[in-house]
Design a protein around this ligand. Sequence first.
Ligand code: KG4
Ligand code: ZN
Length: 340
Amino acid sequence: MKNLTILAIESSCDETAAAVYNSKEGLTSSIIYSQLEIHKDFGGVIPEVASRSHLEKINIIVTQALEVAHKKLTDIDVLAITSKPGLPGSLLVGLCFGKAIAWAKNIKLIGVNHLEGHIFSAFIENKVEFPFLCLTASGGHTALYLVTNFGEYVLLGQTTDDAAGEAFDKCAKLLGLSYPGGPIIEALAQENNFKDVCDFPRGKQQQSLDFSFSGIKTAVLYNLVDRNLMTVKDKSANQVDINIKKDIASSLLVCVGDIFEKKLSLAFKKFPDIKSITFVGGVACNKYLKERLKVWSEKRNLKYFTPSAQYCTDNAAMIAFVGHYKAQQDKFDSFDLDIF
Ligand code: KG4
Ligand code: ZN
């Protein structure tokens, strides 16, 4: 293995992040600036606002990542940059910034797929045994992968409509709760002891590895309409009683937990030789879901890995990790690298 130092940049959505990874030392810095406060009042990420914020922060964050790692640009062998998928304006900020540095300093370039970053995010803190099933659940994506080696994975199923995190965010909005909905739903559900009161639909695609979450959002909407708390035309309900909020939140979480287990069970039947399960992405911050999948995995003698919260949500450490193994495999990109 060559001794390489990677500088990674991530700007695909609403986090401006940079990280440094070295073959011998591992991860030496991971700096994240979250735009959450900027987008909170809008109930979601506003793309134009996001790219402007990336522009303001990117130089500061990259400089900080180098400083914390005690590295200079002259120590960097490879620049790994998230090139897709994501918000075009946001991706372009990271990509153009990284390309400019790579050009000026004659550093090699690697474009990293953001989802490949999430798939390998559990490796930042663990040695995960191949082959494994990876459940990625975030605000933008929900997908199940079979992962056989570094950079080798196949998509087994994905959401056909909303992502799991998006379902939490949209249901929270219906209940008049703030953005992002996931953590608030979790807190309310905990107060209700994770009781399933409402029995929301678990989806029609029982035998498929694809996911569907838009039905849950509609079920929550009609639950509130039936209680005369809103009409189907309203964006969110008025003055929902705290106990109703708790009932809906806990039922929602149990429902998503059931769907995750069901899909993992189906995939495990198809691929009984897997050694491990990984649960990654922003939704994997959820302690209840983490614990359920841990119990599910242990019952089947599978090793279970989930990153700590700072590597579940968007970060550049996972981009650096992928950039590092791609660099070891000599998979570099030219300056034609684009965001599509
Ligand atoms: O990975 P991430 O930071 O950004 C995307 O790439 O989308 O994920 C953000 C998503 C949001 O939808 C948020 O509601 C959800 O992750 N999330 C959670 C929790 N923390 C964040 N969902 C459930 N429980 C949580 N504790
Ligand atoms: Zn992400």
